[in-house]
Structure formats: structure tokens, C-alpha cells
Design a protein around this ligand. Structure first.
Ligand code: HAM
Length: 416
């Protein structure tokens, strides 16, 4: 028997209400903040992610779905959404538009991870990218959008972790200090970290291995090394967050799993479970467009996993608003009545009334039982008598009351 591949999931009808709720809220908020939708392909040239996410990251080293296609091109199923949006920004000359360009997206993301609660090999992200401005007020706007999305769904007990990891210039001295610190503890490092110590020491702060994680506590703090410009930028961001009354915690060891960040990084986490199940995260990436061969262009963005939002909604007992489904069940008795029922169902739908036709020859009792079980508010019934008089029986399923009337009258009643 075939099963959905490990780390993937089917979204069955009972869960669709959550998806509709969350995606509609996210799209509404994006539009309120002036963001426009962009869709990029599910797969890209593998090189795009090697250059942007970083060769020394878990995503590139261990998690990408990469393959040669039949034409011999190296293809990767997108493991994140920012690099594709930047690729599109450059490819379509979006720098010619008024800046910053504000974009949002939804789409599947693929990472070969060890599946567990809230961690999938295919998950769905909602993300926003604001490209073309360095102003820290834009970082605050992005954080505010994420915070507002969670709040508008009713999610509680979330914390915002915030850090500045400086720019290319000021990070250099910090990285030397960090290397020095970890060299003096080299014996306790995991194999990955030993390998990354010289090539990408910032990654060591993000290692999930318990021994490496323990070492983070004594590591030098980047906030003490960032240059005056980066400090000023961080100061403006903090002022804006205060103005927005968004509470946050500065975490000087917060780095993210992708290499393209500069200055601001942030993560939003449920209080009780912390970093293992971060619900959303992002930051500034002022060098990325240039790395991808565009003109130097500052940018900032965030993304959030829809499965993780829904998991937290369910944990907190929050339910999507009820949506009305098809209203009327069209029941019939006999071959002639079935033909008429097909025609009536079509007329009901043309009048904007959801109609579901009974199928297979079943007794009227069995048909009404099914209508009840599926939560229809009304049934329209056609039998011999109705065929003869050109009428229908309209039954109120909750009350059990029924009246014989013309289809036009039934439509008027159902619409009312
Ligand atoms: P990320 O932190 O790697 O950032 O992913 C964003 C969010 O996607 C996470 O906070 C989490 O909710 C969800 N997520 C990640 N991996 C999984 C998984 N395996 N299963 C379920 N959910 C997952 C990025 O991808 C950046 N592109 C965000 C960004 C946008 N930075 C700037 N702009």
C-alpha cells in the first residue's frame, strides 16, 4: 500500500478551514501593509541556493532535494523563498520601480529533515520581502506584520527574539574573536562544528548538538562588536518596536540557519517550546542581491511556516470561523425524478444556492439520513407527485418541517 512520503502530509477537508483562515489573514495583512503577491517556481537552478543560503549551512549541506533533470541541468526544489524572490527582482528589473518593492508569497518549501511534530520535508511558507531600502523602520514593519498576523489569529504566549549581527565589515573582528573562543574549546566540538570553525564560525552559535549548545553561553557577544552605523540601525529598530508596543528580548547569540543575513535577525517562538519550534523568522540581507549579481540593494524579510501556525492554533484551542458549505441536498424517488433532480440541482446552483445531488438508488429515508449526517440545512425532494404537479418538497432538516411549493418559491425561501 502506498503512503504519503515520510515528512509530508495530506491536508484533508476537516483541516482545510484552518488553511483558509490563515492564508486569508496573511494575504489581507500583506495588502493592508502595501505588499503585492509574487509567485516563483517550485524548483530553481541549484546554484541559486549554494550562493545565497551558504555552502556551510545545514540546508545546503544536508537538506536540499537536488537532482539532474533530463536535460542535464542541476535543479533544486526550493528550500526557502527569499533567494528566488531576489532572483526574480533582478531578472525582471524590479529596481526600476519605486523602492522599496514590497512582495509577499505562499508556497511549498522542501528540506530533507528528520521529521517530528511541526517539522516536515515539505512544508508551506508565507513570506514577505521588502527590497530596496536600508531604513530600520522597514525592519520594524516586517516584524510588525509577523506579530500582527499571529495576534489577529488569536495566538498568545509568543516571544520575539532580536539581534543585530552587524555588517560585512564589523563582523570580521567578531568572527576572529569567536574563532579564538571556540579554538580554546575545540575538544568539545561536534564534527560539523570542527569543520565549520575556520570556514564559517558564526554557524557554531546555531549548532543543536548539546555540547556545542552549552558552549554558546560563554561565547563573545556580537552586539559588543558591531560598528556605530550598525548600532545606530539597531537603535532605530528598537525605538520603532517600542513605538509599536511590540515586546522583544535581545538575544546576542541569535543567528539564523541561513548565511545571507546582515544586521537585524529575529525569531518568533512559542514560550513553552522555544527555538526548536520557531514559528516565524527573518531579518535583513543587504548583500544578497549583489551576491546574486544584482546592483547592491538593501532588503529585509520574514517567513513563517503555515503548519506551525496551525499546530499552535490547535494547541491553544483556537478554531477557524465556521464556513457555510453546500446548503441543499436534492433527494429523488424513481428514474424520472432523478432526471428532474439533475435539472433542479443545476437551477439551484445557477441561482447561487449550493446544491448536492443524491446518487444511487436509495430509499428516501436513507437519503434524508445522509443529508442529516452531512449537515445540510435543507433538502429538496422530488417524487411522482411533484413530477406530476411541477412542484418540489422543501424540507427544513433541523425542524423536520416540509412544504410543497414551486421551485421558484423554494429558491426565494432558501435565499431569504
Ligand atoms: P526559516 O527560519 O528557515 O527562514 O524558515 C521560516 C519558517 O518556516 C520557520 O520559522 C518555520 O516556521 C518554518 N519551517 C522551516 N522549516 C520547517 C520544516 N522543516 N517544517 C515545518 N516548518 C518549517 C527562511 O526560510 C527565510 N527565507 C525567512 C526570510 C525571509 N528571511 C528573510 N526573508
Amino acid at each position: 500500500m502506498f503512503k504519503a512520503p515520510r515528512g509530508t502530509k495530506d491536508i484533508l477537508p476537516p483541516e482545510q478551514g484552518y488553511w483558509k483562515w490563515v492564508t486569508e489573514k496573511a494575504a489581507q495583512i500583506s495588502q493592508l501593509y502595501g505588499y503585492q503577491r509574487i509567485d516563483t517556481p517550485v524548483f530553481e537552478d541549484a546554484g541559486l541556493f549554494l550562493h545565497s543560503v551558504g555552502e556551510e549551512t545545514d540546508i545546503v549541506e544536508k537538506q536540499m532535494y537536488t537532482f539532474d533533470d533530463r536535460g542535464g541541468d542541476k535543479i533544486t526544489l526550493r528550500p526557502e523563498g527569499t533567494a528566488p524572490v531576489c532572483r526574480a527582482y533582478i531578472e525582471h528589473g524590479l529596481h526600476n520601480l519605486p523602492q522599496p518593492v514590497r512582495l509577499y508569497y505562499f508556497g511549498p518549501i522542501f528540506r530533507y529533515e528528520r521529521p517530528q511534530a511541526g517539522r516536515f520535508r515539505q512544508h508551506q511558507q508565507f513570506g514577505c520581502e521588502a527590497i530596496g531600502a536600508a531604513d530600520a523602520a522597514l525592519d520594524a514593519e516586517i516584524i510588525d506584520m509577523a506579530w500582527t498576523l499571529y495576534a489577529s489569529l488569536g495566538l498568545k504566549n509568543l516571544t520575539l527574539q532580536l539581534n543585530s549581527i552587524g555588517c560585512r565589515t564589523c563582523r570580521r573582528e567578531y568572527l576572529e574573536r569567536l574563532k579564538g573562543y571556540y579554538l580554546s574549546h575545540a575538544g568539545s566540538l561536534c564534527r560539523d562544528c570542527k569543520g565549520r570553525l575556520f570556514r564559517n564560525p558564526l554557524r557554531l552559535l546555531d549548532c543543536k548538538n548539546p555540547a556545542c549548545h552549552e558552549l554558546v553561553k560563554g561565547a563573545p557577544r556580537i552586539t559588543e562588536y558591531i560598528c556605530t552605523d550598525c548600532q545606530a540601525h539597531f537603535g532605530v529598530l528598537r525605538d520603532c518596536l517600542a513605538a509599536l508596543q511590540i515586546p522583544y528580548e535581545v538575544n546576542p547569540y541569535l543567528v539564523r540557519g541561513l548565511d545571507y543575513y546582515t544586521r537585524t535577525v529575529f525569531e518568533i517562538q512559542p514560550v513553552d517550546v522555544g527555538g526548536q519550534s520557531t514559528i516565524g523568522g527573518g531579518g535583513r540581507y543587504d548583500n544578497l542581491i549583489e551576491i546574486l549579481d544584482g546592483k547592491p540593494t538593501p532588503a529585509v524579510g520574514f517567513a513563517t511556516g503555515l503548519e506551525r501556525i496551525i499546530l499552535n492554533l490547535q494547541k491553544q484551542g483556537l478554531e477557524p470561523p465556521a464556513v457555510s458549505t453546500a446548503k441543499v441536498y436534492v433527494a429523488h424517488l424513481g428514474a424520472e425524478a432523478r432526471k428532474e433532480a439533475v435539472r433542479l440541482s443545476a437551477r439551484l446552483r445557477q441561482a447561487g444556492i449550493g446544491a448536492t445531488l443524491a446518487v444511487d438508488d436509495r430509499s428516501l429515508k436513507a437519503q434524508l439520513k445522509q443529508a442529516n449526517a452531512q449537515g445540510f440545512s435543507h433538502a429538496v425532494i422530488i417524487g411522482e407527485e411533484e413530477l406530476r404537479t411541477g412542484s418540489v418538497v422543501l424540507r427544513d432538516m433541523a425542524q423536520g418541517e416540509q412544504t410543497q411549493l414551486s421551485l421558484d418559491e423554494a429558491i426565494r425561501k432558501l435565499k431569504g
